[in-house]
Ligand binder design. Structure first.
Ligand code: AMP
Ligand code: ZN
Length: 136
């Protein structure tokens, strides 16, 4: 898509620190890293939402994620990784081109789990969980 920043990176029209790629997806360092080594894994073809991804780019995307996590951990001496997708503007997605955030984490870094975004959850009603599971 012409005015999409990640399409421009995919086309080589704007620079990025590209880490890895295959025919259908690639990974590059986030320009405003949450932690050192923060990376985005992106399909080369423009799609806005995870559900829009076709099988081939979907496999490439998740295969890259799978391979990169241990490589990044090793490179920046991380102890873990927050793997996150803001899927849709309601979920905070700012660039409307699918991207998986890989955010290296260290023991005791103080950021906590992404659950912390939502405050303290209450135990769900079991009957309600059953009804919801049926609906989904
Ligand atoms: P999101 O809020 O999930 O849509 O995240 C978009 C991410 O893209 C943010 O973490 C930005 O820092 C990152 N970003 C935006 N433009 C660029 C760029 N030109 N190169 C690398 N990362 C970028
Ligand atoms: Zn795009």
């Amino acid at each position: 898509m012409a005015d999409c920043v990640f399409c421009k990176i995919a086309a080589g029209d704007i620079p990025a620190a590209i880490i890895d790629e295959d025919d259908h997806a690639f990974a590059f360092l986030d320009i405003r890293p949450l932690t050192r080594g923060h990376m985005l894994v992106v399909p080369k073809e423009h799609v806005a939402r995870l559900a829009d991804l076709k099988e081939t780019p979907r496999r490439s995307l998740w295969d890259l994620v799978h391979g990169l996590v241990p490589r990044i951990e090793e490179s920046v001496s991380a102890d873990g990784m927050t793997v996150a997708v803001n899927d849709g503007s309601a979920a905070g997605q700012e660039v409307p081109h699918v991207h998986v955030h890989l955010v290296p984490r260290k023991k005791g870094d103080g950021y906590g789990p992404i659950h912390a975004l939502f405050g303290t959850p209450k135990e769900a009603d079991k009957k309600e969980l059953g009804i919801l599971a049926e609906q989904i």
